[in-house]
Design a protein around this ligand. Structure first.
Ligand code: AHR
Length: 502
């Protein structure tokens, strides 16, 4: 089979924001403790952070990092996580049935962000707390000095404000599992109140209101409409969260997961614009896709769950999915979906970063290594610069049980007018056939192939494990060539490919 695309820099979807390549660190399982922080490790620095992990996070290329949750944040008292470490309380984390030691808190995490070169995106607790605590945390974080809380921060060793730019108004408040879960109407009122208060303190911050925790929630659509009706003028973004997994051996549908993400984004944009129209507002609400990934949630409910009144472990092994080549192909396709909507998805966070549904794994006292999903993220984050481009794509289709008839190929391109460089990102969803792509790139001028990166394997379920840490790496695709304004490349079955042109 073959497919055709046309790449033309005149057809820009919108500028690609660096915030699209954000990550997410939750106090969950071995993410913080025994993940990024392990004082006894041979690579640990003076603050106890693993240098091998810092190096991998830098190579991954994550911009903003959402923190400290996730479900965790809905039971979090931020005051516990600042001040002398020896005075910090150990607390029950009800979300993950664990003990939070608070050894790593706001100051330590902010220091780690400086080491990896990422910005903080903070979530406030609107599950079990409210406006006052949100304002307090903002004062502690963003006011220079001269007030009780800002002076407390200075006394705790941070003279300059943290100056946190982006704030999430709670987490997944539509989910019955969420501490403090409430109706869209009730949450919308709380979020509006908190947002107004926070903006009274610092009008320059950006605010994200909670959308749905999946497009398959029973309240999806109506949740967004109601919440935005309460908060339209108070916030900049509404969040989307989506996780995908192969279910019942249906790889064909799993490979088409990005079709679902496309529909999710377009529905939320339509809903937000509908609320704007009803209000007669010129303002546009954008999407912060602040949790997305492949996640075998079914396995979590079956295997990982911790229970028992006397059983609250510190840093248990939770949500430690080991990703396959097929998972990485779907993952790369989800990034294509985000880029295809770069005009309205202007912020996103891969959930998560280390050990917990993560592109980076660690073993206590042992190595750190890359999962299969590391490669599409690091390559896309580095090569997708400038504008995302609308492609004319003609591809054969295949039928899936979950999504019906869908294209065998998905693709997006990017173009950076400053450097003159472009990139094309492609997936082949066929399990049996290689597909040859013919791309008209004549509008890009006299370009040639600069780099190719591909994830595919004879065994689509190949994985990197502690025992075999480099079983899967990014390969080149040497079939990619430009001649007479036409790029041709053959994509192996179940593959993700990036091609840099310039
Ligand atoms: O990323 C894991 C969990 O998924 C987060 O804590 C929660 O927000 C979502 O349900």
């Amino acid at each position: 089979p073959s497919a055709r695309i046309t790449v033309d820099p005149h057809f820009a979807i919108g500028p690609i924001q660096r915030k699209l390549f954000g990550g997410f660190v939750e106090h969950l399982g071995r993410h913080v403790y025994d993940g990024i922080y392990e004082p006894g490790h041979e690579t640990a620095d003076a603050e106890g952070f693993r240098q091998d992990v810092i190096d991998l996070v830098k190579e991954l290329g994550v911009s903003t990092i959402r923190y400290p949750g996730g479900n965790f944040v809905s039971g979090f008292r931020w005051e516990d996580s600042v001040g002398p470490v020896e005075d910090r309380p150990r607390r029950l984390d009800l979300a993950w049935h664990s003990t939070e030691t608070n050894e790593v808190g706001l100051h330590e995490f902010s220091g780690w962000l400086d080491k990896v070169g990422s910005d903080l995106m903070m979530a406030v607790n609107l599950g079990t707390r409210g406006t006052l605590e949100a304002i307090d945390l903002l004062e502690y974080s963003n006011i220079r000095s001269g007030t009780a809380l800002s002076d407390q921060r200075v006394a705790n060793g941070k003279a300059d404000p943290f100056d946190v730019r982006m704030w999430c108004l709670g987490n997944e408040m539509d989910g019955p599992w969420q501490l403090g879960h409430r109706s869209a109407d009730d949450y919308g009122k709380v979020a509006s109140m908190a947002a107004k208060g926070m903006r009274q303190l610092d009008p320059s911050i950006e605010l994200v209101v909670c959308g749905s925790s999946s497009a398959h929630m029973p309240t999806f659509g109506e949740w967004e409409r109601t919440v935005l009706t309460h908060t339209y003028e108070d916030v900049d973004y509404i969040s989307c969260h989506a996780y995908y997994e192969e279910k019942n051996g249906d790889l064909a549908s799993f490979l088409a997961s990005a079709v679902d993400m496309d529909g999710f984004i377009e529905t939320v944009v339509a809903t937000a614009d509908h609320v704007g129209a009803v209000r007669g507002s010129k303002k546009k609400i954008n999407i912060s896709f602040d949790e997305w990934n492949v996640w075998y949630i079914e396995r979590f409910h079956g295997v990982d769950k911790i229970e028992g009144i006397d059983n609250w472990p510190v840093a248990p092994r939770l949500l430690e999915d080991i990703y396959s080549v097929a998972d990485a192909v779907v993952f790369g396709n989800l990034m294509i979906s985000l880029l295809k909507h770069a005009d309205r998805v202007t912020s996103a966070s891969l959930a998560q970063l280390v050990n917990v549904i993560a592109p980076i794994m660690t073993e206590p006292g042992g190595p750190a290594w890359k999962q299969t999903t590391f490669f599409p993220f690091s390559v896309t984050s580095r090569l997708a610069q400038g504008d995302a481009l609308q492609l004319k794509l003609d591809a054969p289709t295949y039928s899936t049980e979950v999504y019906g008839e869908v294209p065998l190929v998905d693709a997006v391109a990017t173009h950076d007018a400053e450097t003159g460089r472009s990139a094309v990102f492609l997936v082949n969803r066929s399990q049996t056939e290689a597909i040859t792509i013919t791309a008209d790139v004549s509008a890009l001028g006299d370009v040639s192939v600069l780099e190719t990166h591909a994830v595919w394997d004879e065994d689509v379920y190949a994985k990197n494990t502690l025992e075999d840490r480099e079983r899967v790496t990014a390969k080149t695709n040497d079939t990619a060539v430009v001649a007479d304004g036409t790029l041709t490349v053959t994509l192996p079955p179940v593959s993700w490919t990036a091609i840099a042109l310039g």
